[in-house]
Design a protein around this ligand. Structure first.
Ligand SMILES: NC(=O)c1ccc[n+]([C@@H]2O[C@H](COP(=O)([O-])OP(=O)(O)OC[C@H]3O[C@@H](n4cnc5c(N)ncnc54)[C@H](O)[C@@H]3O)[C@@H](O)[C@H]2O)c1
Length: 249
């Protein structure tokens, strides 16, 4: 990729905690320079401090992924610093659960704007540089909920199913330029997003996991790392599950 010293420049959204942070840590160990995006600069600063020993360059780019012009400006800043973005990981996401008939418009649109529009915004502004390089990797984090649905999560399920459609259409558009675009569908991963679920819901979910353990952020990070590696250069337009077997086939 860019220089002998590094694997290239990877931009990871939602990198302040959970799965995004695990992805950043994994990619740093593998020698990727990192542009880390989340809303709060101070939390990103803490992540960057923890990566200091890895020897890669990592910088924080605080940005709300739902804000198209902020994303355009962020991508501009990353390109000003490194001159290239070799890999994009659209991981930032939120849930705002409620049953369909009680869900407020704001809950619906916040989730769609962050999860789906946010992924679109980054692809929109990162893709032109990748197209010029005739190389690049894009990984979008979807969810098993976008594949099988979940009561109380119509907004989240719609956003994550939308990310799958976005991934497939983008993969077709960009394949001719040597860019791969894939989605990763985590199942139940232990992070802040899942920690407040009632015990009964956790028990019910657990019973649907054939491998009989909850997933860890590092499980997802390992799959993302593979998709960004040379070994994955012939894989595009796929949705790869990391879910302990919750969704099979
Ligand atoms: N935890 C799970 O079980 C699970 C399962 C399937 C999919 N996922 C997906 O994985 C991704 C990461 O989830 P997590 O569990 O690590 O969640 P998390 O809540 O721990 O982290 C979410 C990250 O996204 C960032 N973020 C949220 N809104 C943002 C915005 N508007 N702009 C910029 N950054 C924003 C947060 O700052 C944080 O860094 C999400 O897309 C989530 O939907 C999680």
């Amino acid at each position: 990729m860019s220089e002998d010293r590094t694997r290239g420049v990877a931009l990871v959204t939602g990198a302040s905690q959970g799965i995004g942070r695990a992805i950043a840590e994994r990619l740093a160990r593998e020698g990727w320079d990192l542009a880390l995006v989340a809303r709060r600069a101070e939390v990103l600063a803490e992540v960057i401090a923890s990566l200091a020993d890895s020897g890669v360059e990592a910088a924080a780019f605080p940005c709300d992924v739902a804000d198209s012009s902020a994303v355009e400006e962020t991508v501009h800043q990353v390109l000003e610093r490194w001159g290239r973005i070799d890999a994009l990981v659209n991981n930032a996401g939120i849930s705002r659960d409620a049953l369909l008939i009680r869900m407020k418009e704001e809950q619906w649109s916040q989730v769609l704007r962050t999860n789906l529009d946010g992924s679109y915004h980054f692809i929109r502004y990162v893709a032109p540089g990748m197209m010029k390089m005739r190389a690049g990797r894009i990984v979008n984090i979807t969810s098993v909920i976008g594949q099988i649905g979940n009561a109380g999560q119509v907004n989240y399920a719609a956003s994550k199913a939308g990310i799958i459609g976005l991934t497939l259409a983008t993969a077709r558009e960009l394949a001719g330029r040597g860019i791969t675009v894939n989605a990763v569908a985590p199942g139940f991963i232990e992070t802040a997003m899942t920690q407040d679920l009632p015990e009964s819901a956790v028990k019910e979910l657990f019973e649907r996991i054939p491998l009989r353990r909850l997933g860890q952020p590092e499980d997802v990070a390992a799959l993302v790392s593979f998709l960004l590696s040379e070994d994955a250069s012939y894989i595009t337009g796929q949705v790869l599950n990391c879910d302990g077997g919750m969704v099979m086939g």
